[in-house]
Design a protein around this ligand. Structure first.
Ligand SMILES: Nc1nc(=O)c2c([nH]1)NC[C@@H]1CN(c3ccc(C(=O)N[C@@H](CCC(=O)O)C(=O)O)cc3)C=[N+]21
Length: 282
């Protein structure tokens, strides 16, 4: 078997074209969605992601403003910036790029963002809403994964989805979303004993660990859909958590890295920003 390679770039592009029309319709009503991105420190990868987000906003006609703050910024200063953005009428979405320097408490920063502008869906109120099944901003990467599966007509209901990785930004919210779509969900992590026994049972296997090519062909059931959320850098090149060349001969569908989940994450951020503008301006 050779898997269908899921073209995340193409699917993200299609979503962005739809959003571009929505932004144009909002403009006719004198509303321009605005996104503020706060980036603390000098991590080159973070700077590169944030540039991607800026360019994406520009191509859709979304206003964006990036706050590049030194790693030495205090928690109080950061909170001050967030409070100003909560009040700003130009800004509908606020994103604080993670990770933050260790002297800043991530949870207090995320709590300070107005839940109505929390386009990452990381505020505790919105985390609770997601768990409860109430409408909220869906975290971008998990939402992007669901969109990829739906676009490719990969059924979720009744299927066994196995997620490797339990982070607050991918593994846990993705488990909640897959449950909402009636999958049977297993979450595996670094302390899981005999990981392969679990991954082998997956109809949908999601790798979100951050460990280079850790999912090998022997861990995948024949015909499974394999979604690679991993981003690892090898000599400046991006490589996923899945051994793509090996696993593509076992799976029925597989996402590449780059060009899989990453572009969808950005598309869903734009989607949430447009949603935020519609809600705040209605
Ligand atoms: N508050 C917050 N929200 C985030 O959504 C967030 C974050 N912090 N911190 C870092 C991670 C990482 N992330 C990516 C987004 C797009 C690509 C992406 O577009 N990747 C392209 C390649 C880009 C390249 O070549 O550098 C691809 O996979 O094809 C990757 C990674 C969002 N994150």
């Amino acid at each position: 078997m050779t898997a269908t390679v899921i073209d995340g770039k193409k699917i993200a592009h299609a979503l962005r074209e739809r959003l571009k029309q929505e932004v144009a319709e909002l403009a006719a009503h004198h509303v321009q969605p605005g996104l503020a991105v706060i980036l603390v420190g000098e991590d080159p990868a973070s700077h590169s992601y944030v540039r991607g987000k800026e360019k994406a906003c520009e191509s859709l006609g979304i206003y964006s403003k990036v706050y590049r703050l030194p790693a030495s910024v205090s928690e109080a200063e950061l909170l001050h910036t967030i409070h100003e953005l909560n009040e700003s009428s130009l800004i509908h979405g606020i994103l604080v790029q993670l990770p933050l320097p260790s002297h800043i408490s991530e949870s207090s920063i995320l709590l300070a963002i107005s839940p109505d502008k929390d386009v990452d869906g990381f505020h505790l109120m919105n985390v609770g809403k997601l768990q409860t099944g109430l409408p909220t901003f869906l975290p971008c990467t998990p939402h992007g994964v669901i969109q990829l599966l739906q676009y490719e007509n990969i059924p979720i209901e009744g299927k066994h989805a196995v997620i490797v990785g339990r982070s607050n930004i991918v593994g846990k919210p993705l488990a909640a979303l897959l449950l909402q779509h009636n999958a049977t969900v297993t979450i595996c992590h670094s302390k899981t004993v005999h990981l392969k026994n679990f991954t082998k049972q997956a109809d949908i296997l999601i790798a979100a660990v951050g460990k280079l090519r850790m999912i090998t062909a022997d861990m995948v059931k024949s015909g499974a859909a394999v979604i690679d959320v991993g981003i690892n850098r090898v000599n400046g090149r991006l490589v996923g958590d899945v051994d793509f060349e090996e696993v593509r001969h076992v799976a029925s569908a597989i996402t590449p890295v780059p060009g899989g989940v990453g572009p969808m994450t950005i598309a869903m951020l734009l989607y949430n920003t447009v949603e935020a503008a519609k809600r705040l301006e209605s």
